[in-house]
Every structure is written in C-alpha cells, then in structure tokens.
Design a protein around this ligand. Structure first.
Ligand SMILES: C[S@@+](CC[C@H](N)C(=O)[O-])C[C@H]1O[C@@H](n2cnc3c(N)ncnc32)[C@H](O)[C@@H]1O
Length: 205
C-alpha cells in the first residue's frame, strides 16, 4: 500500500466521521455551486476525494441521478456506502489515487473539496490535471476548494499548497477559465477556523 493510501486508510480507521477537521454536516457551499453552475439534475457529477462527505446524499435527495465518488481510501467510501444503505447502489464508487487515475468516461461536473491542495509537487499536480482533462467534458464545470492563501499550512498532518481562486485557475492552465471565486470560513469540530478558497471553472469547448 502506498504511503498516501495508508495515511488515509489509517485516518478513516482511527477517526469517526465527525472527528475529522474537514467535517461538515452538509456541504452547503458545494451544493450551492453545483446547483448554480451545472445544467440541472441531469448533470453527471464526480466527487473526487469525496471521502465520507454527505455531499452525495444531498445530491441524491435533490434528484441527481448520475453520481460518482472517487477516493484513495476504501474505508472512506465504505463509510458513505453504509450511511446510504440501499441508496448506495445508485452511486458509482471508485477507489483510486486521482494522480494515477485513467477515467473510463466523462462527467459534466468535477467537484473536489480539500484534495488538490495535498499535491505539493508539480509532477503530482500535472498528473491530477491530466486526470481532470480526461474526465471533464468540453464546456463542463470544475469546482475545487483548497485552503486559502491565509489558510492553514497543513491538513490532516500533511503539508498543503494554498491558493486563491485566481492562482488555482492559473495552475490549472488555459484549458479552463474562472467563472467565480469565493472564500469560506470553515469551523472544524474542534472549533478552529480554516479559510478555504472555492474556484468554479469552466472547461473551454
Ligand atoms: C480532507 S479530506 C476531504 C474529504 C471530502 N472531500 C470532504 O470535503 O469532506 C481529503 C480526502 O481526499 C482523499 N485523498 C487524498 N489524496 C487522494 C488522492 N491522491 N486521490 C484520491 N483521493 C485522495 C482522502 O482519502 C480524503 O478522503
């Protein structure tokens, strides 16, 4: 098992859903951005590094029918599947490292909250962008949330690369353009503030 994978499997084995710093009862900002930037419930959505987030539960409840969650940690996806029960069969689940992933299809919306920022080396970022290019339809939407420029320097004990919406757009390159950027103050379960940047981008046709 690779070091990244074992880190995350260990995190999910050791900590409950509500004990992790990134926990949100509902992914309110992400839901709003998916709703306002996608063509509606018919949009296909892939949640990259979705972990045990309830984003997928809420998208199902809102009528989205083509949903995929990818994560490096099988334990994270198992937790979401257990929470969803029979509804889990309506979702595609992929255990993969996004930097090595070769997508077999394309999606209208790529969502990533707090995954890209772990990639601190240029080659890892390039590999993520290659997966993104293979997975998102021309004209499709990319929503990425990272720690903001004034956010924490580490997440889950790992160093992160911090971004503003515009530095994130610059890193993704000319195949995408920034349609909106916002910031968010996330309060962890331990009541520490973490500042996030959310970038919504569109892939050029
Ligand atoms: C900080 S958590 C965020 C989880 C979720 N997006 C949320 O907002 O609740 C980061 C997630 O990314 C996953 N992850 C980390 N590196 C990854 C990689 N290279 N490929 C796929 N998933 C990864 C972890 O297992 C973890 O579930």
């Amino acid at each position: 098992m690779g070091r990244t994978r074992s880190h995350w499997e260990d995190v999910y084995a050791a900590k409950s859903e509500r004990a992790v710093s990134w926990y949100q009862p509902h992914s309110v900002r992400s839901l709003e951005l998916i709703r306002t930037s996608s063509p509606g419930h018919t949009a296909s959505v892939v949640d990259v590094g979705g972990g045990a987030s309830t984003l997928i539960d809420d998208l199902l409840a809102q009528g989205f029918a083509d949903l995929t969650v990818l994560d490096i940690a099988e334990a994270a996806l198992a937790r979401s599947r257990a929470r969803l029960g029979r509804e889990a069969a309506r979702v595609s689940w992929i255990v993969a490292d996004v930097t090595q992933w070769r997508p077999m299809r394309t999606w209208d919306v790529w969502h990533d909250r707090a995954v890209f920022h772990f990639l601190t080396e240029g080659a890892q970022q390039d590999a993520y962008i290659a997966a993104l290019m293979a997975a998102v339809k021309p004209g499709g939407t990319v929503i990425i949330a990272t720690f903001a420029l004034d956010g924490p320097e580490k997440c889950s004990g790992l160093p992160v690369q911090r971004y503003s919406p515009s530095t994130l757009a610059a890193r993704l390159g000319p195949a995408f353009f920034l349609t909106s950027g916002t910031s968010e103050r996330h309060w962890t379960p331990a009541e520490t503030e973490q500042r996030f940047s959310y970038a919504v981008l569109q892939r050029r046709q």
